[in-house]
Design a binder for this molecule. Structure first.
Ligand code: MD3
Ligand code: FE
Length: 221
């Protein structure tokens, strides 16, 4: 006997838990997942940024990144003329990065678990700020010590079109729109796929203003 839903739900997307969209073999968008957390999340984020403000970094090739960066957690991601790396110190202050606020860690750990990755233990939260026109070119995230942990990202503010490529730079990228409150969990085979962000469009978000902030949680060390 055929499954009773075979004709009613021919599309895979309809077979998934509400608000969850699979975008790769081991990657999911959790639509609006962070919305119930925002009121507690934003004050924590503000405290982090008071200690380690956004700054624009220069790549080893001499290009200034259009997204401004900060970090919290035991390790923060930095780049300069010497290369890309994780460091326990904020190079601007020469002091440890701000601790990862509990609310941020809990959000990331719960989202990872809901996407199938139990026991996620992030030690780094990279904070990217995009003003209209800012983008992130296609790249792989390869500075982490191991690749078996997932990456969790939280989108805040202006919408973005995320580019999700393949394992080769030349592979065609799919476009995924990400909105305020969306959480994405990338794991397993998708962890080393090329990805990027198209230039952010002009706009004014009612909560975040004229910017997009993306939080990326990783196990780096
Ligand atoms: C997909 N940030 O910080 S979300 C980055 O929106 C970065 O700020 C983008 O790419 C942003 O490195 C994209 C995060 C993300 C991070 C790691 C990934 C997506 C990923 C690793 C593999 C696949
Ligand atoms: Fe990345």
């Amino acid at each position: 006997m055929p499954a009773p839903t075979a004709d009613l739900f021919p599309d895979d997307a309809l077979q998934q838990p509400a608000g969850r969209e699979q975008i790769g073999d081991e990657s999911h968008v959790l639509r609006g997942y962070a919305l119930p957390w925002i009121e507690r999340l934003l004050p924590s984020l503000r405290q982090v940024l008071a200690q380690s403000p956004f700054r624009q970094m220069v790549t080893p090739g001499g290009f200034t990144m259009s997204a401004a960066l900060s970090s919290c957690g035991e390790l923060g991601w930095t780049t300069d003329a010497h290369g890309y790396r994780y460091s326990p110190l904020d190079p601007r202050s020469q002091r440890p990065w701000p601790a990862m606020p509990d609310v941020l860690r809990q959000l990331a750990v719960q989202a990872a678990a809901d996407a199938g990755f139990i026991g996620f233990a992030p030690d780094a939260c990279l904070i990217n700020r995009y003003v209209p026109g800012a983008k992130m070119s296609l790249h792989q995230d390869k500075n982490e010590r191991r690749y078996d942990a997932p990456v969790v990202s939280v989108s805040l503010g202006l919408p973005a079109i995320f580019l999700f490529g393949g394992h080769a730079r030349s592979d065609r990228a799919q476009k995924v729109s990400l909105f305020h409150g969306d959480v994405v969990v990338w794991g397993g085979i998708d962890r080393l796929r090329f990805h990027g962000v198209m230039p952010i469009q002009e706009g004014l978000h009612p909560v975040m203003g004229p910017q997009r902030i993306n939080l990326t949680f990783r196990t780096a060390g």
